[in-house]
Design a protein around this ligand. Structure first.
Ligand SMILES: Nc1nc2c(ncn2[C@@H]2O[C@H](COP(=O)(O)OP(=O)(O)OP(=O)(O)O)[C@@H](O)[C@H]2O)c(=O)[nH]1
Length: 400
């Protein structure tokens, strides 16, 4: 976790940071990525967007009105630039950026990168986060995952990659809703919501989707040019009954009073986890197949009242990564650290973290730290004691 350790958090890059937002499109084989891309390429809302794909043949551009911008780039009638990967992603994005600066391709404001079907999206996310050349010019806006309404359930059952794609997503596009039964679609939505409570699920038959609903998933709100922490963190989503239902998955083996166990980490009882805390959450969906991959996913939120020592937090994250970095699918946090009056934002995917960012002001009155986790087999009963031990150290957990 190079990016966190040893540093005090850096101040946010200027809100008007010129870095171009990149969205990563992932999704299981045959889940409808190409169909979605074809629809997007034609959509007027995609003007000033560059889409990076593996090859033109794959999206069948022949019959669309195009102008060739260079050997591996074509411009669509909609104003969308389509570009194939040459070399690796770093080379391609660097080349794209240079051509844009030199005016060799029409100007664009954002990039969408398609990944191949079975791909684990994490390495691409890591490249975008950590490659110095890319990090200076691009920023990860978000991960878009396509999930097939007809076959998605089976894929979640059998394919760990498919669960991971849904878990790291900022937006989930539910494809093939035209052929799946409403009941199957609803059941799958519920399952996806338990895996990743904060990601909006957008139904899209044959790729029909408003591109705007896919973008601007990052911390910065492009309209106000300021961070929009509430929209980015959505920690309240982790507290609804779906999230709780999952957190208390079948292998936690707590009695029903477990509903309260994880609340003693700081935030006041009844604050957010009152009546809606999931007392009525159902365990039913855990019963039929104990081997489903998504039953290993835990999505939960921790709220901490007292300001944290930054070094203790870094120790905690490092220990967590050492213990199971691969199983730490996504971590986002807004922290109140003792060393600063200003909030610090942290964001990681598996063992890699963005450099921590200090915001210029608190997003509201609430000064508590909030951390959201999506993990595999690392539940709150494991993470919270580690947090208490390493963050508070010998001084012990402060009394609320
Ligand atoms: N009925 C229906 N069929 C769809 C929809 N989206 C995709 N398909 C079909 O599903 C099949 C797979 O779709 P693709 O768009 O090629 O999926 P992909 O994710 O790009 O597949 P790979 O490139 O193999 O990973 C194709 O036959 C599509 O026509 C949809 O919303 N409704």
């Amino acid at each position: 976790m190079q990016s966190l350790s040893g540093e005090t958090p850096v101040t946010a890059p200027a809100a008007s940071s010129p870095r171009l937002p990149v969205s990563v499109l992932t999704g299981f084989l045959g889940s409808g990525k190409t169909t979605l891309l074809q629809a997007l390429l034609r959509h007027p809302g995609m003007a000033r967007t560059a889409i990076v794909i593996n090859e033109f043949g794959e999206v069948g551009l022949d019959h669309l009105l195009v102008a060739k911008a260079s050997e591996n780039m074509v411009l669509m009638d909609s104003g969308c630039l389509c570009c194939t990967i040459r070399g690796d992603l770093v080379d391609t994005l660097r080349d794209l950026f240079l051509k844009r600066v030199r005016g060799e391709v029409p100007d664009f404001d954002r990039v969408v990168v398609e990944t191949t079907g079975l791909a684990d999206p994490a390495p691409i996310i890591h490249t975008l986060m950590t490659d110095p050349l890319l990090a200076a010019r691009f920023r990860l806006d978000g991960v878009i995952a396509t999930v097939d309404a007809a076959h998605g359930s089976l894929q979640l059952d059998r394919q760990p990659e498919s669960v991971k794609q849904a878990a790291v997503a900022d937006r989930i596009v539910m494809t093939k809703t035209d052929v799946a039964s409403p009941a199957a679609t609803a059941a799958l939505m519920k399952r996806l919501n338990a895996i990743n409570p904060a990601a909006p699920i957008i139904p899209a038959a044959h790729g029909a989707v408003d591109p705007q609903s896919l973008f601007d998933a990052g911390l910065y709100n492009p309209e106000t040019k300021s961070p929009d922490v509430a929209r980015w963190l959505r920690e309240e989503a982790y507290r609804d009954e779906h999230a709780h239902g999952h957190e208390h998955g079948h292998d936690d083996h707590h009695g029903h009073d477990h509903d309260h166990d994880h609340h003693d980490h700081g935030h006041e009882h009844g604050d957010h986890c009152g009546a809606d805390c999931g007392h009525d959450h159902e365990h039913g969906h855990h019963h039929h197949d104990a081997n489903r991959h998504d039953d290993h996913i835990r999505a939960f939120c921790m709220v901490i009242d007292q300001p944290l020592p930054w070094n203790g937090f870094v120790d905690f994250m490092e220990a967590l990564i050492a213990q199971g970095g691969d199983n730490l699918l996504r971590v986002k946090g807004l922290l109140n650290v003792r060393e600063s009056d200003l909030p610090v934002v942290v964001h990681g995917v598996q063992h890699m973290f963005h450099p921590p960012v200090r915001l210029e002001e608190w997003p509201g009155e609430d000064r508590r730290s909030k951390l959201v986790f999506i993990t595999r087999d690392l539940g709150q009963p494991v993470i919270e004691p580690l947090f208490n031990e390493l963050v508070w150290g010998e001084e012990g957990k402060p009394k609320a």
